[in-house]
Design a protein. Structure first.
Length: 157
């Protein structure tokens, strides 16, 4: 095989950055807006007046501000889920292709199929049995922003 997955080791794929630049920016925006939203709600730091713009907020305006902020958080949440899911699937597909290539190479070299070491059995590798760090990173990169965004939206609504 001459495709990219056969030239890159399984370990390299597990350790590479799973997010594209677009997803990384959406992730950063989601976490930033969510942190600001949670800080505003939990500390009660709702502006009553913006002197530079000559704007004063009534209590009804503050509720509207929360709704607008919730809409912004939900926008970034949906954007990250869409871009992140695409990146996650691409990352997993590249990983799976590399596992298949490594499996085929080991199987071709082995005289007896039982001579193939357990670490090259596709199912073990596919489930990250050898790389808990990769699993934790996937949770950090993909799961954490979603949880934080959902929490921020829940706080605002």
């Amino acid at each position: 095989m001459t495709d990219m997955a056969s030239r890159v080791s399984v370990s390299d794929i597990l350790l590479r950055d799973p997010l594209s630049d677009v997803s990384r920016r959406e992730r950063r925006s989601l976490l930033g807006v969510s942190a600001i939203a949670v800080a505003i709600v939990k500390t009660g730091l709702v502006p009553t007046k913006i002197a530079a713009l000559g704007i004063e907020f009534s209590s009804a305006d503050r509720a509207s501000l929360f709704k607008v902020l919730a809409a912004v958080v939900l926008y970034f949440l949906v954007a990250f889920i869409l871009y992140g899911a695409s990146d996650f699937l691409a990352w997993r597909l590249t990983f799976h292709k590399a596992v298949e290539a490594a499996w085929a190479e080991k199987k071709a070299k082995a005289i007896d199929p039982s001579d193939v070491p357990p670490e090259f059995r596709p199912r073990r590798l596919f489930l990250f049995a050898r790389s808990p760090l990769s699993f934790v990173r996937a949770l950090f990169e993909f799961g954490l922003p979603i949880v934080v965004g959902l929490y921020a939206a829940w706080c605002l609504i």
